[in-house]
Ligand binder design. Structure first.
Ligand code: HEC
Ligand code: HEC
Ligand code: HEC
Ligand code: HEC
Length: 492
């Protein structure tokens, strides 16, 4: 235990205490002799307390349709999957259900149809490391999402973070190891304390899909779409942007502005590293997995959720403030982010629409090139700053800096657009109304009714076959889904 003095914050100077967590793993326990045990139930008999608390991630079942809450998003992402359907994150237990239900994964009718690659399963299930071991990494990343519909069936769980042979913490995702190496980390030097954040960094990070040609054992030429972390130049928004610009990478071309866009996924770990908690050695597990005890046995809470439900147990273990003080500190941080975020989203959405108008009136590539680059760079900073939801708390300074710069770049684009629009006789052009999900999706051309009908059809047909097959193979126990609701943005 050591004490630290809290200075340089909005709060009064106070004393905080850092507690060293209870010894990490219990005695080494073998869950399975070889391979990955992806069925979470199979771990329960060895670790009932951890299992029971993990199951509670199913309590966060509410769907929060972000496109209703922030309709600007459907303009910002026009032409990209996220403009179809985007909800706030829920507990880990829902990872498979949400991935299957989202309109982004479409309505495949067989193993080679549908809009998404296999890579879209990467952060949803311990069946991912199981299949990577079975098929090999490059085969895993080859083909359509539907290819693994009957294999990837268990939600994020034990084998995502624990080794099935020893039950010790492990990194089951090769892309994190490669990303760390690219950023200069020596994997041999990772400590067990680092693992209390790095297990989360397997998924709560920025990534992109890198097209990788390869040849299988039979000599067939294939193209894998490999999850890759863009960390070779560093983890800041600027370093990643330089990386993407240098390889001319774009996630999609915006349907309205035609800008070559980047989509930030959820650079939660990267942003966290810039914050005061990370710099003080406070890990993800310190706040999201507090120590609990039941019947005299200590364990780490595996119900990963917002720590705000348990301030007393989590924050006040290190800090002296009262719960009310902490609630208002966090609320203030959120409000500051919200204000800058709203302005940035408004400016970016208008920049897209004004650029769309400029094209319509006959603007040239040459006139637009610079403007589109501004839109790309402005939106990248906004998205990087907010995509991981809690950055306002994990890394408030960096979040606000990025939003301010994003805003500046978006406004620069709009100033340039005023000139172009004036040249083509549209001095008074005002971007159309995008104040509801319906209006914003209309501007981006999302055929929502059709997408929903197709998805519902898929859920009563192919999805049922997938589940039957998974049960038959012994990889899915339908009882593990008992009591779970099946909510989505289009059916409650
Ligand atoms: C997202 C990653 C993650 C998942 C999923 C996960 N764990 Fe853990 N687990 C951890 C971390 C991190 C620790 C270390 C916590 C600490 O040191 O405070 C831990 C610690 C443990 C320990 C050591 C004793 C303790 O409670 O600290 C056991 C046993 C354990 N987990 C079992 C399980 C089981 C069983 C499951 C599945 C039901 C599971 N874990 C799912 C990350 C995970
Ligand atoms: C295998 C990938 C993976 C790992 C490992 C992982 N997460 Fe997640 N996490 C996700 C996904 C995906 C979601 C969103 C699930 C959904 O909405 O269906 C999520 C959601 C969350 C949420 C939101 C829960 C809610 O109720 O709103 C929290 C908090 C969270 N994760 C914390 C953590 C922490 C802390 C760790 C490390 C101990 C961790 N995660 C490790 C993939 C992962
Ligand atoms: C000092 C404590 C602390 C640390 C360390 C911390 N978090 Fe958080 N986390 C929070 C708080 C507080 C929130 C905001 C909760 C809210 O607004 O309800 C949060 C929210 C989240 C959310 C969003 C939940 C949601 O539903 O929007 C995720 C995901 C998350 N944290 C993951 C992580 C990961 C991954 C790490 C490590 C890289 C981490 N956290 C480190 C305190 C912490
Ligand atoms: C394991 C110990 C630990 C835990 C748990 C923890 N903190 Fe901290 N907190 C620290 C340390 C250490 C600092 C930095 C002190 C310094 O050097 O100024 C800090 C700084 C802060 C600051 C001031 C910096 C800023 O970002 O404004 C706030 C606010 C804060 N913590 C809130 C929280 C809240 C809320 C929680 C619970 C969700 C929490 N902390 C959980 C150790 C902890």
């Amino acid at each position: 235990m050591y004490k630290a003095v809290l200075i340089g914050s909005a709060m009064a100077i106070s004393t905080i205490t850092l507690t060293i967590p209870p010894s990490m793993a219990t005695a080494e326990t073998m869950i399975k002799e070889t391979g990955v045990e992806s069925r979470n139930e199979a771990w329960a008999q060895h670790f009932p307390l951890q299992y029971e608390s993990w199951k509670l991630t199913g309590e966060s079942e509410r769907i929060d349709d972000m496109l209703i809450k922030k309709p600007q998003l459907a303009v910002l992402w026009a032409g990209y999957g996220f403009s179809k359907d985007y909800n706030a994150p829920r507990g880990h237990l829902y990872a498979i259900q949400d991935n299957v239900n989202t309109l982004r994964t479409g309505a495949p009718v067989g193993p080679i149809s549908g809009p998404m690659p296999t890579a879209c399963w990467s952060c949803k299930s311990p069946d991912v490391p199981r299949m990577m071991q079975k098929d090999g990494e490059l085969e895993f990343f080859t083909g359509k999402w539907a290819k693994y519909g009957s294999e990837i069936v268990n939600p994020i769980g034990c084998a995502d973070c624990h080794d099935s042979q020893t039950s010790e913490l492990t990194l089951s995702r090769p892309f994190l190891k490669k990303g760390l190496e690219a950023s200069g980390v020596d994997l041999e030097k990772i400590t067990s304390d680092d693992m209390r954040s790095l297990t989360c960094a397997q998924c709560h990070v920025e990534y992109y899909f890198e097209k990788t040609p390869w040849t299988d054992k039979e000599g067939n030429k294939k193209i894998a779409v490999v999850v890759t972390l863009p960390w070779a130049k560093g983890m800041s928004a600027e370093a990643m942007e330089e990386y993407y610009d240098e390889i001319n990478f774009k996630d999609w071309t915006h349907t309205i502005s035609k800008a070559p866009m980047l989509k930030a996924q959820h650079p939660g770990y990267e942003l966290y590293t810039t914050g005061i908690h990370a710099k003080s050695g406070v890990s993800c597990a310190d706040c999201h997995m507090p120590n609990m005890s039941k019947d005299g046995k200590e364990y780490s809470d595996h119900n990963l959720k917002s720590p705000m439900d348990d301030i007393g147990n989590i924050c006040l273990g290190c800090h002296d403030q009262t719960e009310e003080e902490f609630r208002s500190v966090v609320e203030n941080k959120l409000q500051r982010k919200e204000q800058l975020m709203e302005i940035a989203m408004d400016n970016l959405a208008k920049a897209h629409l004004e650029a769309g108008k400029a094209w319509e009136l006959g603007a040239t590539e040459l006139e637009m090139e610079d403007i589109l680059k501004d839109i790309r760079h402005g939106q990248w900073r906004w998205d990087y700053a907010i995509a991981s939801h809690a950055s306002f708390f994990h890394a408030p300074e960096e979040t606000l800096r990025l939003l301010a710069v994003s805003n500046e770049i978006a406004q620069t684009a709009r100033l340039k657009l005023v000139k172009v629009l004036a040249k083509y006789g549209a001095v008074d052009y005002m971007a159309p109304d995008f104040s509801s999900k319906e209006k914003a999706q209309g501007l981006g051309g999302v055929p929502l009714t059709k997408l929903i009908a197709e998805k519902k059809q898929f859920k009563t047909t192919l999805l049922q076959e997938w589940n039957k097959q998974a049960v038959k193979n012994g990889n899915l126990n339908m009882d593990s889904r008992k009591g779970m609701s099946d909510k989505s943005s289009y059916s409650n």
